[in-house]
Ligand binder design. Structure first.
Ligand code: ZN
Length: 331
């Protein structure tokens, strides 16, 4: 956890979400259930932390109630990451479990230790089990006074209507390329060139950019694209290479969907013949794509990728999913 208080003025982008939150906080009409919905890695949890700090900041006469002072006792506790009235609930294994929800509900039976508002953040509720979601409904509708529940969810995934209807939804969007590059440089110390490449590939999500970097997904992807694009690397002779790639892909575990997202992007660029985008990761002149890959074959590859993504969601054997996918992609 970062040891600094999250101040809204330092958070980039999400102007609409900031305006909505500020208006609710100033008018004292912040609902007790908020749903931060948007793409992965664009700052939803960060905004929830900032909101918690702002709501409990003890500084007098703040001009902007959404801005924590960063100096008072409360702010210092948020900065150190151990404020007793801040709870973060994250998916355990495949999702948020009913036990986690029950445990949270029990702790809400007691008033906050010291905060005006105890903030409970539940991350990625799109992967919450139905049982857990049902256990949450009553608390979400009417939590005890002094508690605020902030749920975060991926906008591309379905959510139970019963959850959505009990919250005020605040939409988050991808950041601009410049903001993403700035965050990667200023907060994470990346060099400009790397920050730009990752920002483009992650499509406005600093979180995804960092995942791509941490798990070294881009180099593996580049190798794969080169392997799959080379018409000479076909047939039985390269079966072992193919199996080796599949094994390396499977090692990515939970981050495998990020590699799939890059593969989808590559196929999409080929389909649209988007040379500008292709040249981002395949400098001109560096090998060609198999000329037999017409739009029909490329569409078939896209479908193979979609099938593989669905199999991952259903928890099929990763290595097997990757092997079948690679066979289909190199066909
Ligand atoms: Zn403060």
């Amino acid at each position: 956890m970062k040891s600094e208080v999250i101040r809204y003025s330092c958070l980039k982008g999400q102007g609409r979400a900031k305006r909505l939150l500020r208006r609710s906080v100033i008018s004292g009409r912040l609902p007790h259930g908020c749903l931060f919905r948007g793409p992965e890695g664009v700052g939803k949890t960060l905004f929830a932390r900032g909101l918690a700090a702002a709501l409990n900041c003890q500084a007098e006469g703040r001009k902007d109630l959404l801005e924590a002072c960063g100096e008072c006792t409360s702010c210092r506790k948020y900065a150190s990451g151990n404020h007793p009235d801040f709870m973060l609930i994250q998916p355990r294994g495949a999702g948020i479990k009913v036990d986690q929800v029950r445990e949270m509900i029990t702790s809400l039976e007691y008033p906050p230790f010291e905060a005006k508002v105890r903030v409970v953040v539940m991350e990625d509720v799109h992967v919450m089990t139905t049982q857990a979601a049902n256990a949450l409904l009553k608390t979400l509708e009417e939590p005890r006074p002094g508690n605020l529940l902030v749920l975060t969810a991926d906008s591309s995934r379905d959510l139970l209507a019963t959850i959505v209807s009990r919250c005020q939804t605040i939409s988050f969007t991808p950041l601009s390329l410049e903001d993403t590059v700035d965050i990667l440089q200023e907060k994470h110390g990346l060099e400009r060139a790397e920050a730009e490449l990752l920002a483009r590939l992650a499509e406005g999500s600093p979180g995804r950019a960092l995942t791509l970097r941490t798990f070294e997904i881009v180099p593996l992807w580049a190798e794969l694209v080169e392997f799959l694009s080379d018409p000479e690397k076909r047939g039985d002779l390269h079966l072992l290479d193919l199996l080796d790639f599949a094994a390396r892909m499977a090692e990515l575990k939970g981050e495998l969907d990020e590699l799939f997202a890059l593969l989808r992007r590559w196929l999409r660029d080929l389909l649209l013949d988007d040379r500008a985008s292709l040249s981002l990761y395949r400098p001109a002149g560096e090998g060609g794509t198999d000329k037999r890959w017409n739009s029909e074959r490329l569409s078939a590859k896209m479908r193979a990728l979609e099938r593989a993504e669905q199999q991952l969601v259903r928890n099929c054997n990763r290595a097997l999913v990757c092997e079948i996918l690679l066979f289909n992609l190199q066909a």
